[in-house]
Design a protein around this ligand. Sequence first.
Ligand code: MG
Length: 330
Amino acid sequence: MAPGGDSEFELIRRMTRSVACFSDQLLTGIGDDCAVVAGGAEADLLLTADLLVEGVHFDRKWFSLRQIGSKAVRVNVSDIAAMGGVPDFALVTLAIPPDVSAASLEELYAGIREAAETFRVTIAGGDLSRSPDVLVLDVMVLGTTERGRAVLRSGARVGDRIFVSGTLGAAALGLLAARTQQRGPDAESAMARQCRPEPGIGLGRALSQGRLATAMIDLSDGLSSDLAHICEASGVGAKIRLQDLPVSDSCRRLAAAMAAEPFDFVLHGGEDYALLFTAGPDAVAVFGSRRFPFTVTEIGEILSPDAGIVLEYPDGRCEALRPSGYDHFR
Ligand SMILES: [Mg+2]
């Protein structure tokens, strides 16, 4: 628990309340997936950073060093995707504990390079230090969007539909499967989703270039938490329909094998790094057409703020959907 018992988000709010801004180029500051900075007549710049701390964000029991390196870059690229941008440059800072040898460090860096090459990110700098105990990776990525096209968390409007890409819950189920030593193809494919997130750059680009999404976030903390971020930033409420949430057959089987409820992971699991976005009713026809080559699922709608955030069960019953995703200060 953090000092004062705050959640991560309350802490950020408290610490950044009186941060001064010395530039009129800052278009969107603290509180979105990336900061947006005016970059000239044609482009806006996107800045994001993510910190991975051993024992908090990963355990070397379940991840190879190559996977950890790759994931550190991928989660940053996902924040660029969540704005509809393209990643360009990265700064990579590492703190290396004594039990990571020079050969292991090369493995870690091979993972960083693999992800950087996949997403055409140029590693432009960073820093390296010894660490007394745990491995720490701090990656910052700089990206771009066309001017004025970054998709913020704050643009959702009453009547918009809510969509997600891909299927949900696999990453968190994969981690539970590893911890409980589940074997077999379902456990392996879920753990692959945990170790190797696939940032939705292509989808994010299509949504921003086509002006299709009104608000967007990547699913890092879990659907219940990340939807709450959109609702808070946009000043709206939302309803999610349980029966429309996309869950793979593989995840259903894996959850059953572990006597777990798959929707706990779908709603609150986190680290799927799919895109959650809202779009006006007119965009729905585009998502179903052949010129839109991405699979997205409509899962609910944006309501007025007094409706709160609710989950609708197949029998029509609704209950409050409380954010209970990942918070490493809780
Ligand atoms: Mg994010």
